[in-house]
Design a protein around this ligand. Structure first.
Ligand code: KG4
Ligand code: ZN
Length: 350
């Protein structure tokens, strides 16, 4: 099996990992930057790329050390080269190119989202196909049909915000903390999820698509009332201080219920249409207990195997990059040293 070093720097995690074949993870190191972005309640691109520059080399050294391999033992260098923040991607892509060139090993560019779809196979059994996969994170909300590790079709995605982003924004409104998901989940446990009437996005018929902008605005209005005035001049009749702790918890619980109901509607349509043998999940939002419960119920109802990786592989990591690259290497899909970092690149849309 090929020994591959994977590098991941697409957003705010500097990560490196070594895998032996597509599924065996020898090491996986992730240096998160949450502390650096917390005060801005979102990822600041310049801060992220600077932090990658400082952290990536030590992270790679630790990954090699923990895997007990040297650079010379490696068969290939893989890197997440798209999609992501351009300044962040460039750090990983440059490091991967330098290593591949100096070691004279193949360079393998990996699409970050395809790597997420591969994550359930890490340290586990191969995924059986066809698979329906939900990707829900701070940057993505999409449902895919996979017929092999390299063959993927996009069934639907968000038309505006990602669901994780909505959790983050609502958490900021409630001054609950960043990243928002875990804070909203904690608050929601003390709230009544039917207390506040919020909209659930439902496109026509069996169309799979998601939207979180309307839900986010509805939470803002429920919290602070309808604004008067326009643009920067607009003011809200209430402030967060006017909102009781119980009302905040009810808002968090109601938001969470609606956000997840909208996701599950799309996943349910995909499962009913394509009758997959596996139902997979990936991305940080899959940490959410309500979402996991509902995925589990849907899988059971359909006799489908649920494959949600442990959290360390759900969130951004480099083991998924290296593991997925193993499939590409086996298929002869390697890249030249002019591989580009690309902020955007859709998969499975043609
Ligand atoms: O995959 P991830 O770690 O990073 C990227 O966005 O690429 O996902 C982070 C997102 C954040 O928006 C965070 O608020 C959300 O996942 N998240 C959650 C939970 N834990 C993290 N959302 C809902 N419930 C959670 N328990
Ligand atoms: Zn990701």
């Amino acid at each position: 099996m090929p020994l591959i070093l994977g590098i991941e720097t697409s957003c705010d995690e500097s990560a490196a990992a070594v895998t032996d074949g597509p599924r065996r993870v020898l090491s996986s190191i992730v240096a998160t930057q949450h502390d650096l972005h917390e005060e801005y309640a979102g990822v600041v691109p310049e801060i992220a790329s600077r932090a990658h520059l400082q952290r990536l080399m030590p992270v790679i050294e630790t990954a090699l050390h923990d895997a007990k391999v040297s650079l010379q033992d490696l068969d290939a260098i893989a890197v997440g080269h798209t999609p992501g923040l351009i300044g962040s991607l460039l750090v990983g892509v440059s490091a991967a190119k330098a290593l591949a060139w100096s070691l004279n090993r193949p360079l393998i560019g990996v699409h970050h989202l395809l790597a997420h779809l591969h994550a359930p196979a890490l340290d586990d059994e191969p995924i059986t196909f066809p698979a329906i996969s939900l990707l829900a994170s701070g940057g993505h909300t999409s449902v895919y049909l996979q017929t092999s590790p390299l063959e993927v079709r996009l069934l639907g995605s968000t038309i505006d915000d990602a669901v994780g982003e909505a959790f983050d924004k609502v958490s900021t409104m409630l001054e609950a903390g960043y990243p928002g998901g875990p804070h909203i989940e904690r608050l929601a446990r003390q709230g009544d999820s039917t207390a506040v009437d919020l909209p659930i996005f439902k496109p026509r018929g069996d169309t799979i698509s998601f939207s979180y902008a309307g839900l986010k605005t509805a939470v803002l209005y429920a919290l602070r009332g309808h604004p008067t005035g326009r643009g920067k001049e607009s003011t809200f009749p209430r402030s967060l201080a006017d909102c009781s702790p119980q009302r905040r918890a009810d808002l968090a619980a109601s938001f969470q219920r609606c956000a997840i109901e909208a996701i599950m509607r799309g996943v349910r349509i995909a499962v009913n249409t394509h009758k997959p043998t596996s139902l997979c999940g990936g991305g940080g939002v899959l940490a959410n207990e309500l979402l996991r419960e509902q995925m589990n119920t849907l899988a059971k109802e359909n006799g489908t195997t649920l494959r949600i990786p442990p959290m360390q592989y759900c969130i951004d990591n480099a083991a998924m990059i290296a593991g997925f690259a193993s499939h590409r290497l086996t298929a002869g899909q390697v890249d030249a040293l002019d591989l580009q970092a690309q902020p955007r690149k859709a998969i499975g849309t043609s």
